[in-house]
Design a protein around this ligand. Sequence first.
Ligand SMILES: [Ca+2]
Ligand SMILES: [Cu+2]
Length: 318
Amino acid sequence: MSVGATNPIETVTIPASVFAMGDASGDARRPDGEDPVHEVAVGAFSIDTTTVTNDAFAAFVAATGHRTEAEHRGSSPVFHLAVAADPGDVLGTAAGAPWWRDVRGTDWRHPAGPRSGLDGLGDHPVVHVSWNDAATYAAWVGRRLPTEAEWELAARGGLVGARYPWGDDLLDDHGAWRCNIWQGPFPEVNTGDDGWLTTAPVRSYQPNGYGLWQVVGNVWEWCGDHFDAGWYARSPRLDPTGPADGPGRVIRGGSYLCHDSYCHRYRCAARSMSPADSPSANLGFRTAGPAEDPAPPVDPGGSDSQPTGDNDDQAGAP
Ligand SMILES: [Ca+2]
Ligand SMILES: [Cu+2]
């Protein structure tokens, strides 16, 4: 698709950097392949400071007529406590994850089901977008999805080996939540102590050291790469773009449904996957693109830490 619009989301340029990718805090979920920690060099790039909002996605749809995969399919998963639909529109329950309902008439405009809408949600992350939908949107604004390495570098905000984008402690000094996850016994009672039962506005809480908001919690974020749990053992050091194939695409950051009793994936190093055609109520994205202003390398000591080119060719774009 040709470029149709300028990116409506604020961006920040991350300078060329060398960083330690993977879990260094001992929290890794083994089957996800968060280790080994390995050094990765990433050329300068820009990345959205927030996930793409409903307002931004609405402008894309108004201009292009894009129909999402959820709309083509006629249903999408909604968390059981959030469903806004007549009983007859609840089509089933996901095997192995009984808190999900497949709800007819659910799509990005009806995020909780056909009885829901976008009133008051213009600055919330768009959800029920598949990887294919997200990549199509990104191309329309002249951008692409971030690589998994770019995402983790940006998420770390300049901290080395920290568990979260702000450091190692989940709560702030006053005991307040720093991200939108789940509080209470999952999946039956969400106390909403962090202020939000499902999505929060994209600028909730505080940005990280690079100016990115809510890289963990709120919604999972699509990355460009195919997923492979064994990838870190063989990924290249320079601008890795993921394996050639895999069972799905990488998703990062965890969501408003995460709780450390069963899913401590609201961490910088945590990774998971979803099939490219598979949207959900807690899965969105942000876009990446070429560096927007000259930025010096962060790590002048690394022998190949220089920018790897102008990054203009979107080589990482799927
Ligand atoms: Ca919450
Ligand atoms: Cu989770």
